[in-house]
Design a protein around this ligand. Structure first.
Ligand code: ADP
Length: 429
């Protein structure tokens, strides 16, 4: 009897072990499936991101020619253009800028969705960022008949813990919306509030049409333009969705208050640090510095002939510098070794070797690295491309399509400063 009982207990134990083994095997199988599904999803994400990066590169290269030549024509033609021709030119330039904004928005949002964007938080004085944003918006504001104003804060402003580039991007979006969705003769005021010592609140207040309360829930939804798609203002409906995510990544928030027919106030709340600053401490760039380029020898390497001709025309018509061009990495190395240059502008995608290899080989030329600044100018404009370029030791990394004034200004700063990368003080597109 006792033996029979022992046997049946053993049988039960065995069947429990068998059931456990089956569960473990099942779990392992599920785990393996989940891992392979995750690997497939990650590969699909990478493929999507590579696809977007390639598309962006391919679109930016011809856009560089369109906007570069239109800018040259605008500068060169002076009063010889008729009113109608000038209007055509303005439309080409505006269309180019709009297309670039749209490409950037769509790419950016896709990357945010794929969690491929990171922020790097540092303590920053936000006052110069606000001043720069408003000065960048002067043309847009005057085109729309809107006045902008920065209400200067009283007393020292705490530093914000932000990613300065991303913060500036969000602020640009809010200020440009406040101008675009305003009325002619309207106003945009920007101010800072730090009554709560832990939070800095930057607000952008406009006198536009406002947003109806029943549409407020949709305002941060991607691709939702709240009916603006039927109006004349161009957009993708992504700016606010991108802004909200970026600010949340900085541990902050965005809020909106609005009253129909009176206007809207968008506020960014970001964490404040204990440290304060009295005023803007960032070095500013002198616009007349183009004159400094006179007599300089500059080397430009780009495999795209249209871009080389554009650069030659730009230097010939606007500066008294001597520009030598080449189309490959080997050209860059031979020319750099053969003659003294004051500066090099280097494309990254070259047929024989990439710009990074060129840069590292240039460094092996005696005395070169410490003396000659090398600026990267590339249509590869994803954030990682720019980061990699800056980390590689380029003086700075500019993206195509470039803005003529900005490129010349950067060249002249680089000539003044030498080969030491000084990104902190240069605003790039
Ligand atoms: P976009 O401007 O490209 O359409 P946004 O995401 O920046 O995209 O804005 C989404 C929508 O929110 C806009 O299309 C517009 O209808 C509305 N909007 C944004 N800012 C304002 C504002 N300051 N005043 C009125 N409406 C606004």
């Amino acid at each position: 009897m006792a033996r029979a009982k022992h046997k049946s207990t053993k049988n039960i134990a065995n069947s429990q072990i068998a059931a456990l083994n089956a569960t473990v095997a099942d779990l392992k199988k599920k785990n393996a499936t989940a891992e392979s599904e995750q690997a497939i999803a990650e590969a699909a994400n990478r493929a999507k991101s590579d696809f977007l990066a390639n598309i962006s590169h391919e679109l930016r290269t011809p856009l560089n020619a369109i906007s570069g030549y239109a800018q040259l024509l605008e500068r060169a033609s002076g009063p010889s253009l008729t009113e109608t021709q000038r209007r055509y030119l303005t439309n080409i330039l505006r269309g180019g800028r709009c297309l670039l904004d749209m490409i950037n928005d769509v790419l950016e949002f896709a990357k945010l969705e794929a969690h491929q964007i990171t922020v790097s938080l540092e303590l920053y004085n936000i006052v110069p960022i606000i001043e720069d944003t408003l000065s960048d918006m002067v043309t847009l504001a005057s085109d729309r008949g809107v006045t902008t104003r920065f209400i200067q804060p009283e007393g020292p402003v705490p530093l914000g813990r932000i990613d300065s580039g991303r913060f500036a991007q969000v602020l640009r979006n809010l200020v440009s919306n406040a101008i675009k969705y305003n009325r002619s003769g309207g106003r945009v005021d920007v101010g800072i509030d730090f009554t709560n010592p832990q939070v800095i609140r930057v607000w952008v207040k406009d006198t536009g049409n406002g947003i109806p309360s029943d549409r407020m829930n949709d305002i941060f939804k991607p691709y939702n333009r709240l009916g603006a798609e039927r109006g004349a203002v161009e957009g993708t409906g992504l700016g606010l969705a991108i802004s909200k995510r970026l600010i949340e990544m900085m541990n902050g928030s965005i809020e909106v208050e609005s009253e129909v027919s009176r206007g809207s106030t968008f506020s960014i709340n970001i964490p404040a640090a204990d440290t304060t600053v009295g005023s803007s401490h960032r070095e500013r760039v002198d616009d007349n510095s183009i004159r400094q380029l006179a007599g300089c020898r500059i080397l430009y390497i780009d495999d795209n002939e249209t871009n080389r001709v554009l650069m030659e025309e730009m230097f010939r018509s606007l500066t008294a510098a001597e520009l030598i061009t080449g189309s490959t990495g080997h050209h860059a190395l031979e020319l750099a070794a053969s003659g003294p240059f004051d500066l090099i502008v280097l494309d990254i995608h070259l047929p024989d070797m990439d710009g990074y290899e060129v840069l590292s080989r240039l460094r092996q030329i005696e005395g070169f690295a410490s003396r000659v600044p090398v600026i990267a100018l590339s249509a590869a404009a994803m954030r990682e491309d720019i980061k990699r370029g800056r980390e590689a030791g380029f003086f700075t990394y500019l993206t195509k399509p470039f803005v003529v004034d900005e490129l010349l200004r950067t060249v002249s700063i680089a000539l003044r400063m030498g080969a030491v990368p000084r990104d902190m003080i240069i605003r790039t597109a």
